[in-house]
Design a binder for this molecule. Sequence first.
Ligand SMILES: [Zn+2]
Ligand SMILES: [Zn+2]
Ligand SMILES: [Zn+2]
Length: 94
Amino acid sequence: MTKPPPLADAIAAEMSVGDRCYHDAQRCAGHPCPFHAPSDHKMATWPRNLRASGLTERICAHGIGHPDPDSLAWMERIGLHGYEMHGCDGCCGG
Ligand SMILES: [Zn+2]
Ligand SMILES: [Zn+2]
Ligand SMILES: [Zn+2]
């Protein structure tokens, strides 16, 4: 009897290989996604970092992680709120 691994395990496994996506493209079909369909925002070309929470952040030139707006929208859609909070150095703001 096989069952899919818990989400946290799946995330951790993918985190170990760096800038990788842990979800299937079908899960974000029709929506902006930091991995499959980045929207047009200033951080779209920055390195990605997948947080243990499932949020994808973008790393600015100073090594600070900023929540990817497409990932934030996805978190909101699945009912996880409050992830816009971060220690910001101003790079993701307008
Ligand atoms: Zn996706
Ligand atoms: Zn910065
Ligand atoms: Zn920021």
